[in-house]
Design a protein around this ligand. Structure first.
Ligand code: EPZ
Length: 426
């Protein structure tokens, strides 16, 4: 039987008005959930977004023996009775972020066995830095048949603080190693650490749990290991990528919209580029009001934070496809994160590719077409393009979209968009 794949049907060309509310950050909540493995106390996380990835992470933790109770935007995680140190293969395969369990499990149990998180549409997604760092903390790590097995030798199976210099400022490696080092014996320094807001959010949670961490948000993080960590009640930061996507929805429809909450420091490079493109941004309490009539071309290069985030490269390209002039967009972070170009070309965008650089010549109007989102952010980019295009755009690939955006069509329809979610047999 063919499973009906849902799709969004977007009638474009409509102005938006009102306010878009930003949920808690997916890329923070996922790693904060894994931190529950570091304590036998209850960990309460608030402002947790209702996403399929969050549900999947909850299932993985429950399979390890964690008590998982969701109530509204809060989730209670009780890591007091972990029954095993190996999340089940079939669950891990559905969620790359499950690899965040390896550091805490190793620090708590002295061993961990986690399947390698495979590559995905945007790249090979290696975990070399994660493994190198765990070895620097005294773990013996082997990779066989697609499974990473880490063991801490010695009587008390406790990791030992050490010096780690990351070859690249990997977000996941920085987060994994910060969690592992939190319970290690002695001091750990992580050089060339990732500086993303989600790294800082994790450090703040660990500190609330009793960890001793300095320098999160800078290239050098120092962790003084402690014997135990206690529970906490902690609110996840707003999702800067969802906020950026909403600001782009206002810009691409030439609308005036309020987006809230927004932490400007989390979106510095993005706000600067939106202003360079001709948007007026007005801080308004915990939010930002964006308005614009025209969009100018500009050049964009993705970089680790505080540079322009790779997760907003595709959505921003949709905007520049409708700009006046020619833009150059360079994707430096992932090796295969320009697949949305072909989809935008189907909508009439004029884009030429050269390696990891896209030359985007703005057109007056995109035209609605059936398109496919090839990853989470490419799917969002297709929705944005559909909002601006003449006629109807059909977006498939919602299995990706729903991982990072909770009820995107509902939120956009509430501010004047016209989007229907249909299944293929409709
Ligand atoms: C996190 O992925 C985010 N995911 C990604 O968001 C985000 O795009 C990425 O950081 C970069 O900001 C989560 O937080 C769950 P990396 P992560 O390790 O940790 C290379 C989204 O759309 N690298 O910083 O996997 C790697 O290949 C997702 O929400 C190595 O070469 O990213 C990539 O090219 C997509 N060796 C670059 O670094 C390593 O050992 C950035 O990867 C590790 C990474």
């Amino acid at each position: 039987m063919v499973v009906a794949k849902p799709r969004l049907e977007i009638s474009g060309g409509r102005r938006l008005h009102g306010e878009l509310r930003v949920s808690g950050a997916k890329n923070s909540a996922l790693v904060l959930m894994a931190a529950c493995l570091l304590t036998t106390d209850n960990l309460r996380l608030r402002n947790v977004p209702p996403l399929t990835d969050i549900t999947a992470m909850g299932e993985i933790l429950a399979a390890l023996g964690v008590g998982v109770v969701r109530s509204g935007d809060a989730i209670d995680l009780d890591g007091g009775h972990i029954t095993q140190a190996a999340p089940p293969y079939e669950l891990v395969n559905s969620l790359r972020a499950s690899f965040f369990c390896i550091g805490p499990l190793l620090a708590r149990m002295g061993m961990a066995q986690v399947p390698l998180p495979g590559g995905c549409q945007i790249g090979s997604r290696p975990v070399v830095e994660h493994v190198k760092g765990l070895k620097a903390l005294g773990a013996q790590v082997t990779i066989e048949h697609g499974v990473v097995t880490a063991v801490v030798p010695g009587r008390d199976h406790r990791l030992t603080g050490g010096h780690i210099h990351l070859d690249c400022p990997s977000v996941g490696a920085t987060e994994t190693l910060m969690m592992a080092a939190a319970l290690a014996d002695g001091e750990t320094t992580i050089e060339n650490a990732a500086q993303e807001p989600e790294v800082v959010d994790l450090a703040n949670l660990l500190i609330a749990m009793g960890a001793r961490i300095r320098g999160a948000g800078t290239p050098t993080i120092t962790i003084d290991g402690v014997r135990t960590l206690h529970g906490a009640d902690y609110a996840v930061i707003p999702d800067r990528i969802e906020a950026g996507t909403f600001l782009l929805a206002a810009a691409i429809t030439r609308s005036t919209l309020r987006v809230a909450p927004v932490i400007p420091e989390h979106l510095g490079a993005v706000l600067t580029k939106l202003e360079d493109a001709g948007c007026r941004l007005t801080p308004d309490g915990e939010g930002v009001i964006l308005s614009t009539e025209r969009i100018r071309a500009l050049d964009l290069t993705t970089q680790p934070f505080p540079g322009f985030p790779t997760d907003l490269q595709a959505p921003f390209m949709s905007l520049l496809a409708t700009a006046e002039g020619t833009s150059f967009i360079v994707e430096n972070i992932f090796e295969n994160r320009l697949q949305h170009v072909a989809e935008l070309q189907r909508m009439g965008a004029s884009i030429r590719m050269n390696g990891n650089t896209a030359c985007v010549e703005g057109v007056a109007r995109l035209s609605g077409a059936p398109v496919h989102g090839t990853d989470l952010r490419a799917s969002a980019a297709m929705v944005l393009a559909g909002l601006a295009a003449d006629g109807v755009t059909t977006v498939r690939g919602l299995e990706y979209l729903d991982r990072g955006y909770a009820d995107l069509e509902g939120k956009l329809n509430a501010v004047g968009a016209s989007i229907r979610r249909l299944s293929d047999d409709a």
